[in-house]
Design a protein around this ligand. Sequence first.
Ligand SMILES: Nc1ncnc2c1ncn2[C@@H]1O[C@H](COP(=O)(O)OP(=O)(O)O)[C@@H](O)[C@H]1O
Ligand SMILES: O=P(O)(O)OC[C@H](O)CO
Length: 527
Amino acid sequence: MSESYVAAIDQGTTSTRCLVFDHHGRLVALAQQQHTQHFPRPGWVEHDAAEIWRIVQRLLPEALRNGGLDASQIVSLGLTNQRETVVVWDRLTGEPVTPAIVWQDTRTGPLLPRIAAEMDATSIHERTGLPLATYFTGPKLRWLLESDEDLRRRAEAGELLLGTMDTWLLWNLTGGVRGGVHSTDVTNASRTMLMNLQTLQWDPELLAVMRVPRAALPQIRPTLGDHGTTTDPVAGIPVRAVIGDQQASLFGQTAFESGEAKCTFGTGAFLLLNTGTQPVASSHGLVTTVAHQIEGEPTVYALEGSVAIAGALVEWCRESLGLIRSPAEIETLATSVDDNGGCFVVPAFAGLYAPHWESRAQGIVAGLTAYITKGHIARAVLEAVALQTQEVLAAMNSDAGLALRSVAVDGGMTSNNLLMQTVADLLDVPVVRPMMAETVALGAAYAAGLAAGYWSDQQVLRRQWHRAAEWSPAMEPARRAEMLERWSRAIELSVAWGRPRARTTDADLAVPPAGLAAAHGRRVEDG
Ligand SMILES: Nc1ncnc2c1ncn2[C@@H]1O[C@H](COP(=O)(O)OP(=O)(O)O)[C@@H](O)[C@H]1O
Ligand SMILES: O=P(O)(O)OC[C@H](O)CO
């Protein structure tokens, strides 16, 4: 009998990957492609869901070809995805009817006070575990359905389907207009601000506040379980796991026990702590979220410190400033100087997420003098990633009443040695990276493989985790304290800069006009 494998589709913010793993968790095939980022207005970020589906259609057969594999050898497929991003499509044509509004998009900022007037932020937080912020899906849906009367009418008439990226892809993979499965998993649903964290079902009052018709929403299913079988682009592969990408990397790091944590450094940075079968409410600005749910078993929860901008800042240095030609060059540039020269960069491009949740904060560069060179800016860029991570780690230790003794890391930025050393220095804990860097896809594959009986239990997977690198803290405590103090002042400046002046009128805070096309905006082409 030919050997069997597990596949994963990892649909991320900047790129999509299809990967195939063997029984030892080793990567045997990979195909990857970037998609276009649309920035039609300041603060707006959009994707074309049709483009992303076309990419998946191309990549899945390509990954199989690269591994010399036949679809019949794939016993199970796991789907993992950028979370919160919303897709609205026509039930009959299968075409998206608006651009996908990406998690980083801040257009709903002016809408938040109106939402809070209908259900106060504390109540929303208690029900969903989420702070009222532009990050989450519910406000994005309300914005979309309010901005276009015809869209609202069609959603209410049952002509449209709504979902996050997992739902869109699963529906297409399993048949699309010819009976595709319209469901999501509980990890993705926990990011929508529409799901009640106690019942793990759509919350009728939240649906009313966000103006979302229940009939247009997907069914919520366990993470590990039966999500249907593929018909396109290859037929007959059982989909046995759907999981948000940050929860997937927690799974891929085999952080199955309460008290185990990981931090992924990709477009953003996401520190997740497994808190076991009870949700822990945060009083320090973290998100309470579902880590995973295995059909028939108690749900596992996590505390999350979400940082919106990490690798995205490096991309901005490359794409918008031309400071570097490749992401790796930021390290070369940063090591050309000994320190930041007094310069701090706060990358509040999407406001500030955890632990501040200041949707209106704006990015700043502080401490400029004639002494500052490109090298100092590059260093401040990497330090900004580490300093934001330090803030969420401190919040996590306070919330969970523990002191994390080390942090497992993964994601594209972990190839940057200087960054990883700076993270260890500023967090003051050792940082460890596993051999398998693609932990998001690995986690989805592990979940799909466990659900299909390809692996017998989580202990088997734990034994497949091998350390590849470790960075130990080496910064003088006084230097560290000074960095943290100056960073907190830079954060204050960033928040103050984004606050409206006293004379701001209601008109300044109105919902922006309809018009979703990326007509005059900036596009970053794929490739
Ligand atoms: N050597 C590096 N130094 C700094 N940043 C890097 C490096 N390599 C990749 N990155 C950044 O990491 C991000 C890609 O990581 P990845 O985990 O693939 O992200 P995502 O899954 O969010 O698309 C990009 O923003 C890129 O700029
Ligand atoms: O796709 P990534 O890796 O940038 O992750 C994005 C997160 O899921 C947003 O919540």
